[in-house]
Design a protein around this ligand. Structure first.
Ligand code: ACO
Length: 327
């Protein structure tokens, strides 16, 4: 992806970053320091633009690929009510992908280029969606854990310095809250259900716990992008800070439901007031990011098939727009 984003940014990089741009850069950084939003037409350093394209496009891809694990359960939902809720949730994720591709487009990259990079296997998307949803309980646990993790990240990004991304995040976070609630509701019901149901939900938590923690990204010591992102107010918290926030919030909730996490190293620091987890398996994380997770191939095959099957819709829309004089 880095290579592709460099490619997307190539023509942009030539327009700026000479020594004469120092004053512009200073004015730009002052605006960020004063909490002003940077808007699409504003001057911005090429690296700021590149970082945003990288991050927003990965985020958009994550929403779209994120439809797949749960989408597979729409046809097998146990009641009409649950089916409607899940349909709405998966539809929300498609909408989030839309907003995010639009936000990326404001930076001078086309949606086609971004999608091409995804389908060619060059673009990244969240590692967490490369794990399988094995049974109905996983739908609840994904909503509860994964969407909660996403909300913490997105609430932070709603304050980011780039206007279109921040505004997309406000709406996405609001919708994501409903998504989390459907998952939490399912988990609570299962946790208070029969012994078998409780065992099922515990099993799903055991499988999704570590992938959810990995979602926040590598540890700060191994996060090459964090420094620039934080300097420019794109991220306002580090990967480890957000991960800690998640652990501190979710552990007491799970405990209240009589549920545990699969971490013998988990401990509470009475002095720090924080829950400390055991070591995350970063080898596994990097394997999944590099395409060797349990479902990477399946996810990409599904995306490619969906893209092909949707070709006639895109062509029909283009023909219609042309006919109307819009294209
Ligand atoms: N899955 C896949 N790749 C990841 C992940 C992950 N969970 N975490 C980090 N990476 C990648 C980064 O993209 C980066 O690769 P790149 O430089 O080739 O682009 C590399 O690992 C190193 O990571 P960092 O330097 O820490 O990257 P960054 O500072 O961008 O932080 C993070 C990663 C936290 C995911 C950030 O990009 C972010 O907040 N993104 C927006 C939110 C998002 O994408 N959420 C997706 C899931 S939410 C949902 O879909 C509902």
């Amino acid at each position: 992806m880095v290579e592709d984003i460099k490619m997307f940014g190539k023509s942009l990089e030539t327009v700026e970053e000479g020594p004469e741009q120092e004053a512009q850069r200073k004015a730009f950084e002052d605006r960020i320091a004063h909490g002003e939003k940077i808007e699409p037409g504003d001057w911005m350093p090429a690296e700021y633009r590149r970082q945003l394209i990288r991050m927003i496009s990965q985020h958009a891809h994550s929403e779209v690929v994120g439809m797949l694990p749960e989408g597979a359960w729409i046809g097998r939902a146990p009641s009409l009510r649950r089916k409607m809720i899940l349909l709405a949730k998966v539809q929300d994720e498609a909408g989030h992908g839309q907003y995010l591709y639009h936000a990326a487009e404001t930076l001078g990259v086309s949606r086609e280029e971004l999608i091409e990079a995804l389908l060619a296997g060059k673009a990244k998307y969240s590692s967490v969606f490369n794990y399988p949803a094995l049974n109905w309980t996983d739908v609840g646990v994904i909503g509860y854990l994964v969407d909660f993790a996403a909300i913490l990240n997105q609430t932070m990004l709603a304050r980011c310095s780039y206007g279109p991304y921040a505004r997309a995040m406000v709406r996405i976070s609001a919708e994501e809250n409903f998504n989390k609630k459907q998952g939490q509701d399912l988990v609570i019901r299962m946790a208070h259900g029969t012994l078998g149901e409780k065992a099922m939900v515990q099993d799903a938590i055991n499988r999704w716990w570590w992938p959810t923690l990995m979602m926040f990204g590598p540890p700060d010591t191994a996060s090459p992008n964090s420094a620039a992102l934080i300097r420019w107010g794109i991220k306002t918290k580090t990967n480890d800070e957000l991960r800690q926030e998640f652990v501190d919030k979710i552990i007491p909730e799970l405990e209240a439901l009589g549920l545990t996490v699969p971490d013998p190293g988990l401990s509470y620091g009475a002095e720090s007031g924080h829950w400390m987890t055991g070591e995350i398996n970063w080898d596994e994380f990097w394997r999944v990011v590099q395409g060797q997770g349990p479902c990477n191939q399946e996810r990409m095959a599904a995306r490619r098939a969906a893209h092909e099957e949707g070709r006639w819709v895109r062509e029909a829309l283009e023909a219609y727009a042309h006919h109307q004089g819009l294209g």
